[in-house]
Design a protein around this ligand. Sequence first.
Ligand code: FES
Length: 366
Amino acid sequence: MTPGPASPDPAPPFAVLAELTHRCPLRCPYCSNPVALEPASAELDTATWKRVLDEAAEAGALQVHFSGGEPCVRKDLEELVAHATQAGLYSNLITSAVLLDAGRLERLKAAGLQHVQVSLQDVEPGGGDRIGGFRGGHARKLEVARMVVEAGLALTINAVLHRHNIERVNDFIDLALALRAGRIEIANVQYYGWALANRAALMPTREQLLTMDARVRERLPSLAGRIVVDYVVPDYYARRPKSCMGGWGRRFMNVTPAGKVLPCHAAETIPHLEFETVFDRPLPDIWRDGAAFRRYRGTGWMPEPCQSCEHKEEDWGGCRCQALALAGDADATDPVCERSAAHAAVAAVRDRDADSVGTVWRYRGI
Ligand code: FES
């Protein structure tokens, strides 16, 4: 593997995504976990996660996102949150919510948890339970979301949109307001992991996309000061790439259930990268000069037209995993960019998938 140009010491990571497990009671067909899921037997133990949290704080990270899979399947979650608090990290729990109850929420709060992000699959039980593949899940999510706010914790609603629910974007916003969430992520599905495998079953049509976009933009002014809205045009309909992960090796590091240290959740799809694990070296060393982190950090690796683009320090070259998935080359210009030679091919794939109305998705599972 070519390590990428040596760079001066990078700024500290902003956050570490601790993927405690790939186990999850839900079976969402757009899960961003890899299609080859890690079994429970491969997961890091409590003592190793605690060391990882100490090293994350030492590397300068401010936040830890406890994620998965479903992090609540880990019986040591409270212990890990307490340890993160002791290490000075702000803790966020990214959860499906179906395994939480008032007692556990209280214990997590006592351990120092500050923020909870609950994902919603739809705005009503029929759609929510069908998409998540978990009966009773939607009602449970709403109950837990209310408990989160009552417990005095910050709540974000993660509303995942695709062909089967995108028309209900306004209902998602109304539901988030009714739940007294502080923030809503209008999260159009990003096609990695299971979502990439199910792209033909999930891709919205252009008409759906335009309607949703108009509805969101119309509501944004009236939502100011009431709820924070995170919204970006989904990749396959965009003309400019997103700043994926805030730039490769600039803001985030992911630790997988088995302890691999990645620059993003999908980085393992890039075959020429080699990843260190938490057993190889301390996190601050991997962040500073790990070869996978150096490979696409900064702007030195960029080809033309990115190299001479005025936006190169805004989008940091877009998404490497998407360049691989859509252009067959992780080093290429992100094909979402209209200046990429492969941009027209993305539109063709998108339109073909959006037309595949009869396609049935495959649920996530081991
Ligand atoms: Fe890997 Fe975007 S998901 S760089």
